[in-house]
Write a protein that binds this ligand. Structure first.
Ligand code: PLP
Length: 379
């Protein structure tokens, strides 16, 4: 696939979106067919044979996502964790993975509860500390998994430093790029090998479809193995899921810009509020990852969290008092969400009990701030 020189705004709208060859329809038809007719001589005239292996809607989505990340190819899955599972399944028993200790809790659970019993060796370290990653390397380290900004403290990992450490030992690197999206952060610019997304979040953008994606920087034996697993293990998205995700991607740049602007204002408001102990947002100069985020990202994103004076009870009350923010987990949709994160993650969580996480939507910033103001006042 040729790498496009178009800007990301143009790629969001056009990559994978050509008018339909059969009908000239501007919005792509949804191809529900599970099977495709062969030529009399046994060939596949349009390249499609069976929908699990490939189908037109998935190909369009994968074309779009590869272009957005500037990679060689993208592979779409039925959820973010299915995408993560596929990466780990491509390894062998006895291989060693270094995973950042604040990776998405579901990815950590997958490693601990499913893959360690399958003899994958895993070390959880603080990837924001490059030395800790270097010290965790073993002779069988095959993969380093990082997530930046991370959840829920929005910690920032130096992607170039991680890629450099991995290169020396021929380990592969994956960045969970869900929070930043390719609009704000392109992991391949820093030498990462794979970018992973829960497409359920910003790529879809409307809280109505589950999806996952892995994008490869370049074709390799490992990316071929991922393609094999996509088809043969079968955790694939439906054609309608792909259609919804492609539709979402078309406005990704607009949503991210609006949501980031709102988040900057909300973070500023919270940082000044006397009920708030700490605000975790990389756009604030007080954030430990601010300088690195400024250099590595084209904006600070629309996820933030804050801790409250008054402990877990105060945090629960603020969440309970919110009216415009919906009390729900997940993130990246057009609507703002608020959650008490520790109770969502369960008893093994390291998330502070007085922490509230917010996914900022596209509403008016003034309305969102007014809602938080009244929720804080009534705590
Ligand atoms: C939601 C999420 C995932 C998991 O994705 P699903 O689509 O829920 O399977 C992985 N990483 C991050 C950062 C997420 O927010």
């Amino acid at each position: 696939m040729q790498k496009s020189t178009a800007h990301i705004e143009t790629l969001c709208v056009h990559a994978g979106h050509a008018p339909d060859a059969a009908t000239a329809a501007i919005s792509p038809p949804i191809h529900l067919s599970t099977t495709f007719e062969r030529d009399a001589d046994g060939g596949y005239p349009k390249g499609f044979s069976y929908a699990r292996a490939a189908n037109p809607n998935r190909t369009q989505l994968e074309t779009c996502l590869a272009a957005l990340e500037g990679g060689s190819e993208a592979l779409a899955f039925s959820s973010g964790v299915a995408a993560a599972m596929t990466v780990f399944q491509a390894l062998k028993p006895g291989d060693h993975v270094i995973c950042t200790q604040d990776a998405y809790h579901g990815v950590q659970r997958l490693l601990r509860e499913v893959l360690q019993p399958w003899q994958l060796r895993v070390s959880f370290v603080d990837a924001a500390d490059a030395d800790a990653v270097r010290k965790a390397l073993t002779s069988v380290t095959q993969l380093i998994w990082v997530e930046t900004p991370s959840n829920p403290l929005l910690r920032i990992t130096d992607l170039a430093a991680i890629a450099e450490i991995a290169r020396r030992v021929h380990a592969l690197t994956v960045c969970d790029n869900t929070f930043a999206t390719p609009v704000l952060q392109r992991p391949f610019d820093y030498g990462m090998d794979f970018s992973m997304h829960s497409a359920t979040k910003y790529l879809g953008g409307h809280s109505d479809v589950l999806g996952g994606v892995i994008v490869a920087r370049t074709a390799s034996a490992f990316s071929e193995r991922l393609r094999l697993l996509q088809s043969e293990a079968g955790a694939v998205p439906s054609p309608f899921d792909c259609w919804l995700l492609l539709r979402g991607a078309a406005t990704l740049h607009l949503r991210i810009r609006a949501q980031t602007e709102n988040a900057v204002r909300i973070a500023g408001f919270l940082a000044e509020h006397q009920a708030v102990e700490n605000v975790f947002y990389p756009g604030l100069e007080s954030h430990p990852g601010h300088a690195l985020a400024k250099q590595q990202m084209r904006g600070f994103g629309a996820m933030l969290s804050f801790t409250l004076r008054g402990g877990a009870a105060a945090a629960m009350r603020v969440v309970a008092n919110a009216k415009l923010f919906a009390r729900a987990t997940s993130l990246g949709g057009v609507e703002s969400l608020i959650e008490h994160r520790a109770s969502m993650e369960g008893p093994d969580t390291k998330t502070p009990g007085n922490l509230v996480r917010v996914s900022v939507g596209v509403e008016h910033a003034g309305d969102l701030i007014a809602d938080l103001d009244q929720a804080l006042a009534a705590r």
